[in-house]
Design a protein around this ligand. Structure first.
Ligand code: NG6
Ligand code: CA
Length: 496
């Protein structure tokens, strides 16, 4: 055998398979206008997805994303509930500074003022096509005492910088249970006009409280006993809707289909997609093919979430867009087991699954479980792959970090609380925030300063969030924890 030939071919083969080092990825120039997808889960806790290690379910698509990107362990949404969390993410303005940004009802008017600068405005001005698909929960229309669902709703996401929107107004547990596309109810049924009230029922309409026998899909465990849609009682009263009413088991499909359509339609130009799953918010009622987990409906909803991630990754791959698409996967608040429906989440997780990993509290909480969420960033070849980073990261920095990505200089009044953290988010040398504010139930706040966590006292603490069993973290005495030695926030150091 010709030795020299052999060595040459070995040399070439090993060259071809030589892994690109993290440093080489960091040194690579940023692509000029990558597509950007913010994939925002609902109520998925720090420990819910298998890359975070504690999961009682496997989420292989999320794992693949983590392997093709960087996973953060100390990343936070701004607030421990949806509306303030999403408000802050999109505007770069801390929601606790505005009293009217609490969990919105289904008929709340638009909470983000159209004159406020949003991350969608940023992308639109930079020449991107922008879309919002899935859960919205930031209000629609302008009537403070409820909206007319039989007309085009204005303002809607199109007034906030989104070219396209296909959304649910609030949450799946709040009426109205219909899809809204660019401000108009989808499949509007003129024979069944829509009426919504958060004050009183409409004569003759059954509620979960009066007619539990009609709850053929899911029963409440607490609250959620008003209007019945699709065999599930909700928060709020609704009449009509007819063929426009959604089926809970098809919500994820509907979100996926619209996301795939949006990506296909924009495959030739840069796009920004704010893609918000309904999974795994209550009522958890995923489609049949996902009902295989050992954790019941909550675990099944996690599998369905992973299915959505799979669909998006496959579509990007198929269109040849994967290498040029920045994906940020995260959640709007921490995890919760029993959030008001009898889905046995609590019983089935016992001893098997820790929704917030080692952290105390959960959704609604000032403890770390409230806002410390999964956060995975992937842009193949640019964001180091397979790395895990412990720097402090907050959703509040999305807007200014994206401005930095696009090379846009913003006026100081835009996104006032947001900072450029791009080099941390892309794991290209940044070391994260030193200081950060976390919001719990209502407008209560806590402060992170490096490894320290300070929770100021409140006069009348609410110790637990409804009947979820979750500790809110509120107390009448100040609390100080050292998270480096006490991630579970059990030793109050303040006396020392
Ligand atoms: C609470 C609901 C809860 C959930 C939450 C908002 C009751 C008893 N509980 O009021 O089920 O909807 O609001 O969740 O009604 S969030 O993720 O959208 O913030
Ligand atoms: Ca949520």
């Amino acid at each position: 055998m010709n030795k020299s030939k052999l060595s040459v071919s070995i040399g070439l083969a090993s060259l071809a398979t030589l892994p690109v080092t993290a440093q080489e990825q960091r040194d690579k120039e940023l692509p000029e206008r990558p597509n950007v997808i913010v994939l925002l889960a609902d109520d998925i806790g720090w420990g819910d997805l298998s890359p975070y290690g504690t999961s009682g379910v496997q989420t292989p698509a999320v794992e693949e994303l983590a392997q093709r990107g960087t996973r953060f362990t100390d990343a936070h949404c701004v607030a421990a509930t949806s509306t303030p969390s999403r408000y802050s993410l999109l505007t770069g303005h801390y929601a606790w500074k505005r009293e009217d940004t609490g969990v919105a009802s289904g008929d709340a008017p638009m909470i983000i003022h159209p004159e406020q600068y949003t991350v969608a405005d940023l992308f639109r001005e930079a020449g991107y096509t922008t879309g919002a698909i899935g859960k919205w929960h930031l209000g629609l229309g302008d009537n403070p005492s409820g909206q007319d669902w039989n007309q085009k709703l204005s303002p809607n996401p199109q007034d906030l910088g989104f070219d396209y929107s296909y959304i649910m107004a609030a949450t799946a547990d709040r009426v109205p249970c219909v899809w809204i596309e660019n401000g108009q109810v989808v499949n509007y049924d003129p024979s069944s006009p829509i009426f919504v009230s958060y004050k009183h029922n409409f004569p003759g309409e059954p509620t979960g409280q009066d007619h539990p026998e009609l709850l053929y899909n899911l029963k409440p465990s607490h609250g959620h006993d008003q209007s019945i849609i699709n065999g599930i009682s909700r928060i709020g009263y609704m009449k009509g809707g007819g063929r426009a009413l959604w089926k809970d088991e098809l919500i994820a499909d509907s979100i996926e289909h619209h996301a795939v359509d949006f990506i296909r339609q924009n495959k030739e130009r840069p796009f920004f997609l704010y893609l918000c799953t309904n999974d795994i918010h209550v009522p958890r009622f995923p489609k049949e093919e996902y009902r295989t987990s050992e954790l019941g409906l909550r675990g099944d909803a996690l599998l369905q979430f992973d299915g959505t991630v799979r669909t998006v990754l496959d579509e990007l791959e198929r269109l040849g867009l994967r290498e040029n698409t920045l994906i940020i996967l995260t959640s709007d608040n921490g995890g919760v087991l029993d959030d008001g429906y009898d889905d046995k989440a609590m019983e089935l997780a016992e001893g098997r699954h820790r929704v917030c990993g080692p952290f105390r509290g959960g959704k609604y909480s000032l403890f770390e479980g409230g806002t410390r969420v999964p956060f995975i960033v992937s842009l193949p070849g640019v964001v180091p792959e397979g790395e895990v980073v412990d720097h402090l990261v907050s959703h509040i920095d999305l807007l200014r970090s994206m401005a930095s990505l696009l090379g846009v200089t913003l006026s100081p009044v835009a996104a006032p609380d947001s900072r450029d953290q791009l080099s941390t988010w892309l794991n290209r040398g940044g070391t994260g925030r030193e200081l950060m504010v976390e919001q719990g139930l209502g407008t209560t706040i806590a402060l992170r300063y490096g490894k320290y966590k300070f929770i100021p006292p409140v006069k009348h603490p609410t110790k637990h969030a409804w009947q979820t069993g979750i500790e809110t973290g509120q107390d009448s005495i100040p609390q100080l924890y050292d998270l480096s030695t006490d991630p579970g926030e059990t030793h109050n150091l303040l006396a020392k």
